[in-house]
Design a protein around this ligand. Structure first.
Ligand code: SF4
Ligand code: SF4
Ligand code: FES
Length: 946
């Protein structure tokens, strides 16, 4: 069990290779050159009292508590700021330093609340510990003089409070905000006794630029900044290390507990994706796990207009079995299917696809990755040979140039964004290609070298134009291409991009980006040193999503920017386990490990282990299932952990498909929008209740450990196993580790993975097998997985979605820091304080033309549908472009997105919809009707389970 209080070495580690040996209090210790005396002492097991130092931050040397004496040197240097030297002899506990420390501590205590050692806030703080180490419990000076004890507590933030009376102005919070988070929201104002910590322009935390990542709270040694849950519940007594259930960064946390109650989540310093940092969602937004809306009992109903009735698990299983059997007997084996979830673990996902292939006897299995990163899988597999990002997050420390395209890391992937900002502050250059002026374009201490405000839908044209510059200006890394890539394919591609129609001057006409800007960005990418690409759904969710991914791969190969730290093609994955859900065989044409279902050798592996015969024909994708439902050939669906009625495009198409089905089973935490069309509801469990693994955007397999028992009685994998056994399969997994053992036994890239290994290493990045027993941080080193890199000619084909007189604006969508995906979890937390409704961003020029003022209700209409929401006027978007988020079911932004999709993968074209925006009075009629329908559909008649 991990310690509640992790070891704090006081200063960060040194990465020097030269080692230095010194003596501290008579103990010899050897550490890398550049290590502080404080850290070296800690390595030797000697704790020097400290307050302003912590190993997450560079040394500052302000509190004067950590003084030591060094033989042959005068004075009492601070051990946190003094580096070790060969042969140095250090004493940490001489009478002199003890005396000075006591004096310092007495001064602090003379202006500190007297409950300093007893309240839950400060009882186990570092401040109390330091006082103990110094050996001081009494203060000679009393507290009668001028002091800060009456300072007002700022409790404006929903998750933490700031009590200035406890503050010793050590500035750890300020430095954490700067060095760890990179937001620069806090400052020390004033001097001497009058100095104090202020947020923003001396305003409440809630209204300041603070993004509530909590780094300041974690850094504070006194409890001056403290989680409200600690104030309310007291200190935790044990902890469980697990993995965040939100985004694809995959941060590790210690769930700090009292019994089975989570008291707080503290980012784990040993977490390899987050190194002790987090965002507001992972650290604070876990209250949905105990929200009263959670459904904890199985429920069923005859018709979707009936109220739900609670039933026993046996009764629910009997209905599920009877209906799937009936429907397959009546309509054929292919009339049923399932959807897996990227919120669920690998083990859960693996079982759902196994249920479909082995139990339903077809391949009608698909996943939400269909609607986000399926083009990544296709594009990277075609060009490089594997369907995953190439580098680990830490690799960004070696990048000289970073190209961010169609991603908004500070909102979508905040902990990686903090890492990236640190590298940018160190001098790496940034290129942003995005229709919106995302925060990274200009924020404190970060400014993009170039922002290309691209017209939505023209990604491929711009990438071809950048390639044109690289090829025609002789910037290709010839040696790399000759050695590592297919020569013929390269020649074809180079000839294609060199054509005048792909020049920046021509592409300016469609993309709206000045040719000179495209040229400058291409030159910087090609010649600025090690260049890394990070991209998101703004690349994939287009009719040419797969083409754009291949366009990025072409750029990276042409410039030799794959196969080394600081380079690569790095998709920023949306959900916590998108990578894993794809790896686990959630697509209708692929078995786990991206092996085609038509390959008899691969099928034979599973047929032998599962004892069945697999259908060699690919099954239906989600949109095809919905079409087939309306045709009458697809009649029943099992949806685990997804809300396709809110997340998928063209909502009317989705709901019409769901409504046409005879039987829908939803397994989830809450009665979501899809459940409005369901006949059986099976309660699911949160990440806090799960055992299993998630795979983050850098292919890192992270353990998810159970902090509390499943509130619904069963883990999600157990529920799938119940369904499988009710359908006649003979499964008898006793623990998710056994499911992982089966995955490892059948999937080459997971061959070396086991729970024992994950426990040993903390996490591993696949491929993990006999060639890479400890995993693979950087892929394609030396050669590409497919052998030679394959350039693909990426012809720009404009989307059929065009603006015109009826729909003159282009809508693009995205998400916001405080909310997550369809909002099912975050809307049930205090995060809604920051974003209680979806807003439509519109440029002042477009707003003025339409008589729209900030905050007005507007009607957003496309050829697919219309919805109403409030307008936010901003020049973040260019004229002609509007933008919204999709976190709230009242808005249902996907009512207006169309059914156009990526040519290769059917990934919907969320990012380009021609729309019109007009003033209106409030919610549309259908929104009001839908509210009524949803309220009606969610009625639960509580008949006690038999
Ligand atoms: S709030 Fe905490 S971390 Fe910040 S200066 Fe005060 S004592 Fe230090
Ligand atoms: S960055 Fe992503 S994984 Fe990390 S805490 Fe935030 S939501 Fe969780
Ligand atoms: S811990 Fe060294 S001066 Fe504060």
């Amino acid at each position: 069990m991990p310690l509640i209080q992790e070891i704090d070495y006081g200063t960060p580690p040194s990465s020097a290779e030269t080692m230095v040996t010194l003596t501290i209090d008579g103990h010899e210790v050897t550490v890398p050159e550049g290590t502080s005396i404080m850290r070296a002492a800690m390595v030797a097991g000697i704790k020097v009292p400290k307050l302003c130092a912590t190993d997450m931050l560079s040394a500052f040397g302000s509190c004067r508590l950590c003084l030591v004496e060094i033989e042959g040197r005068g004075g009492t240097p601070a051990s946190c700021t003094t580096p070790v030297a060969p042969g140095m002899k250090v004493s940490t506990t001489t009478d002199r330093v003890r005396r000075i420390r006591r004096g310092v501590m007495e001064l602090y205590l003379s202006d500190h609340p007297r409950d300093g050692f007893t309240s839950p806030v400060a009882g186990s703080s570092e401040f109390a510990e330091a006082a103990g180490l110094v050996g001081l419990r009494e203060v000679r000076y009393g507290t009668g003089g001028v002091n800060h004890l009456d300072a007002k507590i700022d409790d404006s933030n929903p998750y933490f409070e700031f009590d200035p009376a406890r503050c010793i102005v050590c500035s750890r919070c300020v430095r954490a905000c700067e060095e760890v988070q990179g937001t620069f929201a806090l400052t020390v104002e004033g001097r001497g006794f009058a100095s104090k910590i202020v947020a923003g322009q001396d305003e409440p935390f809630l209204t300041s630029e603070c993004v509530s990542c909590g780094a300041c709270v974690q850094a504070c040694p006194t409890g001056s900044l403290i989680e409200k849950t600690i104030v309310e519940l007291g200190q935790p007594e044990h902890s469980v290390v697990t993995t965040c259930g939100y985004c694809g960064v995959g941060c590790n946390f210690k769930a700090e507990m009292q019994g089975d109650v989570v008291v707080r989540m503290v980012p784990w310093k040993d977490g390899k994706a987050n190194h002790g940092h987090s965002c507001v969602k992972g650290r604070f937004a876990w209250g949905y796990a105990t929200h009263p809306d959670r459904i904890l009992k199985p429920m069923l109903r005859e018709r979707i207009t009936d109220p739900w009735q609670e039933v026993s698990w046996d009764e629910a299983m009997a209905r599920v079995t009877a209906e799937f059997h009936r429907i397959q007997a009546a309509y054929g084996r292919g009339a049923v299917g399932a959807i897996t979830s990227s919120r669920c673990t690998n083990e859960e996902t693996y079982l759902v696809q196994k249920l479909v292939r082995a139990g339903f006897g077809n391949n009608n299995i698909d996943t939400c990755a269909r609607v986000c990163h399926s083009p990544t899988g296709y594009g990277l597999k075609t060009t490089l040979g594997t369907s995953a990002g190439t580098n680990d997050f830490d690799s960004v420390d070696h990048a000289d140039v970073v190209l961010v395209m169609g991603a908004n890391p500070t909102d979508g992937h905040p902990v990686f964004a903090s890492h990236l900002k640190r590298r940018l502050r160190e001098g790496a250059k940034l290129i942003v290609i995005d229709p919106r002026r995302i925060d990274l374009v200009r924020m404190p201490h970060v400014e993009a070298a170039y922002h290309l405000p691209i017209r939505p839908g023209t990604n491929v044209a711009v990438l071809d134009a950048m390639a044109h510059v690289i090829v025609t200006e002789g910037l290709v890394n010839e040696a790399y291409v000759r050695e590592r890539c297919e020569a013929d394919a390269f020649d074809d591609w180079a000839a294609f991009v060199a054509e005048p129609r792909n020049s920046p001057e021509e592409v300016e006409k469609v993309s709206g980006i000045p040719a000179a800007l495209i040229r400058d960005a291409a030159r910087l990418y090609a010649t600025g040193g090690r260049a890394a690409i990070y991209y998101g759904l703004g690349v994939t969710e287009h009719s040419q999503g797969s083409t754009a991914v291949m366009g990025l791969a072409n750029l990276a190969m042409a410039t030799g920017n794959i196969g080394f730290p600081g380079t690569g093609l790095n998709p920023l994955r949306g959900q916590n386990n998108v990578q894993g859900s794809c790896d686990m065989g959630s697509f209708p044409h692929e078995l786990p490990g991206y092996r085609h279902i038509s390959d008899p050798a691969v099928r034979a592996i599973y047929e032998r282990i599962w004892g069945i015969t697999l259908d060699p024909e690919p099954g239906l994708r989600i949109p095809n299932m919905l079409d087939a439902a309306q045709d009458g050939s697809f009649r029943a669906l099992y949806v685990q952990g997804e809300d396709i009625a809110q997340s998928d495009p063209d909502t009317r198409h989705v709901t019409a498909g769901l409504e046409a089905m005879e039987f829908v089973v939803v397994q989830d935490l809450f009665l979501n929008e899809t459940a409005n069309y369901a006949h059986v509801f099976l309660p699911g469990s949160t990440f806090l209740e799960k055992e299993g693994t998630f795979i983050n955007a850098e292919r890192r397999i992270n353990l998810v450990r159970k902090a509390i028992a499943p509130k619904n009685g069963f883990a999600d994998w157990e529920i799938t196993q119940k369904i499988a056994n009710a359908l006649g399969l003979n499964w008898h997994y006793r623990h998710p580790s056994e499911i992982m053992d089966e995955i490892a036994a059948t999937t080459p890239s997971f061959a070396g993975v086991s729970y024992a290994k994950l426990e040993e290493f903390g996490s591993v990045q696949w491929p993990c097998n006999e060639r890479a027993p400890e995993g693979t941080p950087v892929m394609h080193v030396g050669h590409f997985v497919r052998g030679k890199g394959h350039f693909v000619v990426t012809e720009y084909i404009p989307t059929d979605e065009r603006t015109g007189p009826r729909f003159p604006l282009l809508l693009t969508t995205g998400r916001i820091l405080s909310q997550y995906n369809v909002g099912a979890q975050t809307r049930r937390t205090a995060n809604s304080l920051w974003h209680e409704e979806d807003l439509l961003e519109i440029h002042p020029h477009d707003a003025e033309q339409r008589g729209i003022r900030d905050g007005d209700w507007v009607r957003l209409a496309s050829r697919a549908g219309e919805t109403s929401l409030r307008a936010h006027i901003t020049d973040r978007v260019a004229p002609g472009v509007v933008y919204t988020t999709f976190h709230h079911p009242d808005t249902q932004a996907n009512v207006v997105t169309t059914d156009y999709s990526d040519w290769a993968t059917n990934c919907p074209e969320y990012k380009v919809t021609a729309v019109q925006v007009t003033p209106t009075n409030g919610l549309s009629d259908w929104q009001r009707e839908y509210r009524d329908f949803a309220a009606q559909s969610r009625r639960v008649e509580v008949v006690p389970a038999k």
